[in-house]
Design a protein around this ligand. Structure first.
Ligand SMILES: Nc1nc2c(ncn2[C@@H]2O[C@H](COP(=O)(O)OP(=O)(O)OP(=O)(O)O)[C@@H](O)[C@H]2O)c(=O)[nH]1
Ligand SMILES: [Mg+2]
Length: 360
């Protein structure tokens, strides 16, 4: 499961977007969590391919993989110094895989802007500066600790210490942590720091209702950072999420849009990490979707499903989802000879359906 932190200025529209997302999540049939904090929304990632697979093999139900969104309060300039409790909020999203940066681009005069005027370029810069300061503070703290271990000559500590010095220098000159490659001798250095400016970012331009183009000032800024951008009206999405599907679709059509802005956000957030989808499915059992960084093996896929399955990995039966559907199920696939036996090093491909044989 992927975790995404939502950042942005106060009143940018973060919670409206979050509410729309959590409404979408609350409707999911298979809600894998019993308790969840009020600022965490779990959203299913739907995939038509799995619906076909589930129907073909006669699965009992479908369990979607999910994305978790974390809403935090708006950041103001000076948040890193404890202004507006920003530091505490930032700590809450250190463990996420990616950031969603909500930028106000709508012109509703009834909504107060903390700086008194709508200026996406300056807002994005304010937030990025706060993220950089927050990282600088944790990098300095981490450096003070690692420098002691480095003195003892520990190879990983020496490499991490040197990396941290570079990181601190980069941050001081306003560059993100992602611009400094992690040293081979200290592969855990990035995880130890979990820098906010090391995470991929999706810019969400919160535009006027009925508008669905990303304003060029946001698009250009995102492009300059190699980041993605989407346009959404947070308020509209929050309102639509209160309606049932049919009414929401009708209202969306009235406004001239087709695709749900939420779908766009979920899909783009997902695209931030280089992930492939794979499925598990069997007769009278739940069909499930999973995600894995591309370039990983069947053994890694097994680890996503369960650590015990990974530990006892013997071999895997693998088939592309389409081949499985075209064969009418596993028996047909076996007859046609398209159900393959693969070992632990098999490289997983997007859309694979896998059954892991393991010794408990
Ligand atoms: N017109 C319009 N108003 C919006 C839109 N998105 C949010 N608003 C309004 O802006 C105000 C603030 O929205 P929130 O979603 O609470 O903003 P936030 O970013 O969570 O704010 P903080 O939590 O204070 O940082 C609310 O009154 C929303 O209804 C939008 O797309 N269009
Ligand atoms: Mg909020």
């Amino acid at each position: 499961m992927m975790k995404v932190g939502i950042v942005g200025m106060p009143n940018a529209g973060k919670s409206s977007l979050f509410n729309a997302l959590s409404q979408a999540g609350a409707e999911a049939a298979n809600y894998p969590f019993t308790t969840i904090e009020p600022n965490v929304a779990v959203v299913p990632v739907r995939d038509d391919r799995l619906e076909d697979v589930a129907q073909t093999v006669g699965a009992s139900n479908i369990v979607w993989d999910t994305i978790e969104f974390h809403d935090i309060a708006g950041l103001v300039a000076g948040a890193h110094q404890g202004e507006g409790l920003g530091n505490k909020f930032l700590a809450n999203i250190r463990e996420t895989d990616a950031l969603l940066h909500v930028v106000r681009a709508h012109h509703d005069d009834n909504v107060i802007h903390p700086e008194g005027k709508v200026d996406p370029a300056s807002d994005m810069e304010t937030i990025e500066t706060e993220l950089i300061y927050a990282d600088l503070e944790s990098a300095e703290r981490r450096h003070a600790r690692v420098v002691r271990d480095a003195r003892s000559g520990d190879r990983a500590a020496v490499a991490e210490e040197a990396w941290l010095r570079e990181v601190i220098e980069a941050l001081q000159s306003g560059r993100p942590v992602r611009s400094i490659p992690v040293p081979q001798d200290a592969p855990d250095a990035a995880r130890n720091l979990s820098p906010l400016t090391g995470k991929p970012v999706l810019f969400v331009a919160n535009v006027d209702e009925g508008d669905d183009a990303v304003p060029s000032v946001v698009a250009d800024h995102a492009a300059a950072e190699g980041a993605a951008a989407v346009a959404v009206s947070s308020r509209l999405e929050a309102e639509l999420s209160e309606l049932d599907d049919e009414d929401a679709a009708a209202m969306r059509a009235d406004l001239g849009g087709s695709e749900s802005g939420l779908d766009r956000v979920v899909r783009s957030a997902f695209g931030l990490l280089d992930l492939i989808a794979f499925f598990t499915a069997g007769e009278a059992k739940p069909a499930q979707s999973w995600h894995l960084r591309s370039g990983l093996s069947a053994w890694h896929a097994a680890g996503q499903i369960h650590t015990d399955i990974q530990k006892g990995f013997v071999r895997a039966e693998v088939i592309g989802w389409k081949q499985l559907v075209e064969s009418g199920g596993y028996a047909g696939a076996r007859d046609r000879g398209v159900l393959r036996l693969e070992g632990r090093d098999y490289l997983m491909t997007d859309g694979d359906v896998i059954t892991v044989k393991f010794t408990p």
